[in-house]
Design a binder for this molecule. Sequence first.
Ligand SMILES: Nc1ncnc2c1ncn2[C@@H]1O[C@H](COP(=O)(O)OP(=O)(O)OP(=O)(O)O)[C@@H](O)[C@H]1O
Ligand SMILES: [Mg+2]
Length: 300
Amino acid sequence: MIISVLTQVFIFYIGGLLILNKKLSIGILIIILNYYSSLLDSIQILIEFGKEYLSAEASYDRLKKSVKDSFLRKKITKKSVKKIEFQNVSFEYEKNHKLFDISMTLEKNRIYQLSGNNGKGKSTFIFLMCGLFKDEYHGVILYDSLEQKELNIEKMNEYMISICEQDPYLFDGTINENLCCKTKKEKRADLRRLLIDFGLFDKINSLDNKFETQISSLNTILSGGEKQKIAIIRTLISDGDVLIFDEPLSALDKKSKIVFQEEISKIKDKIVIIISHEELKKIKKNIVLIKLAPKEENEI
Ligand SMILES: Nc1ncnc2c1ncn2[C@@H]1O[C@H](COP(=O)(O)OP(=O)(O)OP(=O)(O)O)[C@@H](O)[C@H]1O
Ligand SMILES: [Mg+2]
């Protein structure tokens, strides 16, 4: 930035001198400045492309490894879990910048609230738990005494864990498919009740194709809060033993925040993890608080 400003000042200075000496016209100086500006834009695009490329390459390597793992190595398929143990689990994206260092046990029939300032690694911790960085963390993650590294991660995420992401993801398909992709048919009665309680039932029925309306990740039919509600309901009715909600309240209105907490308090036989900066007043007394921080700051 400083270099580009200095270069521009330099061009102006030299250009000014040349114009004064009648060796350059103002028109030519403007053309030179235009070329200089497009050159800067191109350099910027190249730098951005370089960054995007590196990040895409890392994701591609992870994906390749995971596909290779599931095809080549014999992995254990686990469809249910009672207890998840973290033994000195730490992770860093950049060398010597440890996000957290944590030891704890998560058990069924408990609700855990994960807190910590922005950027402390809460979402990363959830990704870790779901097996996204399975060869990159330190420590041990045990699912009922089986090491995560030995488990078939794809199956684990298909059957055992359901996550409501911080940026709710809607895939290309109908509203119905988006709601029911992780649940069995018998949960349809619950689904109707949840849609009514969250104030979505009438909204969906007012659409031309109702529950068969096509939506996508780029959808513009639904508001941010409505998208978040779909992701929450999808997770609430899912069959997995572990339900994770990453900032589920961020786009919800007051009434829906209460509905969410009431629904959470009804859940039985599951490990529930909620990442939130808000005080969950309605379920406060049943919550185990976890603060995510590097070991020296850890207050668990
Ligand atoms: N793929 C990545 N590569 C490098 N650094 C990353 C990557 N993803 C996240 N980070 C960095 O890791 C840190 C933790 O990110 P994370 O999203 O886990 O934080 P968070 O606690 O969920 O924050 P928030 O409360 O804002 O949601 C941040 O500083 C972020 O910039
Ligand atoms: Mg986050």
